[in-house]
Design a protein around this ligand. Structure first.
Ligand code: HEM
Ligand SMILES: *[C@@H]1O[C@H](CO)[C@@H](O)[C@H](O)[C@H]1NC(C)=O
Ligand SMILES: *[C@@H]1O[C@H](CO)[C@@H](O)[C@H](O)[C@H]1NC(C)=O
Ligand SMILES: *[C@@H]1O[C@H](CO)[C@@H](O)[C@H](O)[C@H]1NC(C)=O
Ligand SMILES: *[C@@H]1O[C@H](CO)[C@@H](O)[C@H](O)[C@H]1NC(C)=O
Length: 332
């Protein structure tokens, strides 16, 4: 294994393009000497959060995704807006939606007490994402570590790179390709919607006026449609646009392959979910494969999560280790 990574390093130098080998810059035992309890401290924090609220593991998993798709996995998503700084928290995909930041604060301050100035917020997000999956019943993986934290955020990029729930398959594939992930990664990582919840506003158009037809999306199962219309009345003025529906109506807090079975039954919640099944070809075939084989899904999921976690990390002397995940150390 050592000699293999040596050869890869040489390939990288020759090709002067190490995109495929991002993982080489990260390490499995990065904090072994400097903060040996880092991962157990994070795990305890996620466990506590889950006991506090069953939805939190889902919210935390999503933060790692929203971090990695915007200038790489660098904790840019965690920076607060201030009077002279605009972060990503008010972007379309995040505003009124991204949550779990207090859990990160708690874990970070615990880590600062134990090993001050050592563990990055970007790594905390990556470890949390793994723990959120495992505590929900998914399979574990070893998290590559050594990411550093950004000095910046980019709201424009957050709006541009994070896919919207009304997307079709072509758009979804393109958005994943843009950050170096494949169509298969896209179908696999969408399986994260086996846990967590979504607001009416993210899927209401499917219930009343899909693609400007004045009619519901014909792909929705009739009973499912009725129950969603009851939850989300058409008049948005009632405030109902913030009501919540589970992304997986059958097992909303359990990390399993039920999401793909739902899609086959016309019970996917978001347009971006259901189209994976209704669009013939690659994505439909993969939905079938995962619906038939939970092991296959869970194994593929951890591979794709590792890939997502390796998107453009800051390493070496780039960036910094934030003292507080909400602010850069210079106080921006
Ligand atoms: C394929 C493109 C994707 C789209 C269009 C999408 C869109 C969305 C939307 C609209 C919501 C509901 C937000 C709200 O109403 O507040 C949501 C929730 C969620 N997403 Fe995605 N998502 C995608 C991929 C992913 C990926 C790759 C992951 C993680 C690996 C993920 C994890 C989650 C989780 C766990 C939730 C529930 C969060 C909670 O309950 O707080 N999603 N997503
Ligand atoms: C930005 O504002 C914060 C307080 O909100 C302040 O501490 C910091 O010095 C300011 N930075 C710049 C570059 O003006
Ligand atoms: C964010 O959402 C709040 C309501 O939840 C709204 O008042 C505010 O204008 C939104 N901000 C942006 C930048 O869209
Ligand atoms: C922010 O992202 C946009 C869109 O990707 C990009 O054009 C712009 O250069 C970025 N801004 C900074 C300061 O990096
Ligand atoms: C449906 O949406 C389209 C625009 O996408 C709009 O022109 C039309 O008036 C809407 N129809 C209804 C019944 O709301």
């Amino acid at each position: 294994m050592k000699s293999l990574s040596g050869i890869c390093l040489i390939c990288c130098m020759l090709l002067s393009s190490c995109n495929l080998f991002h993982a080489n810059k990260l390490e499995h035992n990065f904090y072994e000497k400097t903060c040996p309890n880092a991962e157990s401290i994070v795990l305890e924090g996620v466990k506590k959060a889950q006991q506090q609220e069953a939805r939190l593991p889902a919210s935390l998993l999503r933060l790692h995704f929203h971090d990695c798709f915007v200038q790489g996995c660098d904790a840019s998503v965690l920076l607060d807006d201030t009077s002279n700084f605009t972060g990503e928290k008010t972007s379309g995909p995040n505003n009124g939606s991204a949550r779990g930041f207090e859990v990160i604060d708690q874990i970070k301050s615990e880590l600062e007490r134990t090993c001050s100035g050592v563990v990055s917020c970007a790594d905390i997000l990556a470890i949390i994402a793994r723990d959120a999956v495992v505590l929900s019943g998914g399979k574990a993986w070893k998290v590559w570590l050594g990411r550093r934290d950004s000095l910046t955020a980019n709201k424009t990029a957050s709006n541009q790179f994070i896919p919207t729930p009304t997307s079709d398959v072509t758009t979804l594939i393109a958005k994943f390709k843009a950050v170096g992930l494949s169509a298969k990664d896209m179908v696999t990582l969408s399986g994260a919607h086996t846990i967590g919840q979504a607001r009416c506003t993210t899927f209401s158009q499917r219930l009343y006026n899909q693609s400007g037809t004045g009619k519901p999306d014909p792909a929705i199962n009739k009973d499912f449609l009725q129950s969603l219309q009851q939850l989300c009345p058409q008049a948005a003025a009632t405030g109902s646009s913030n009501f919540l529906a589970p992304l997986d109506l059958r097992t909303p807090t359990h990390f399993d392959n039920q999401y793909y079975l739902n899609l086959q039954a016309g019970k996917g919640l978001l347009n971006s979910d259901e189209v994976l099944y209704t669009t013939t070809g690659f994505t439909n075939q993969h939905v079938g494969k995962y619906a038939d084989d939970q092991e296959e899904f869970l194994n593929s999921f951890r591979k794709s999560m590792i890939k997502m976690g390796n998107i453009n990390p800051l390493t070496g002397k780039k960036g910094e280790i934030r003292n507080n995940c909400r602010f850069t150390n210079s106080g921006l």
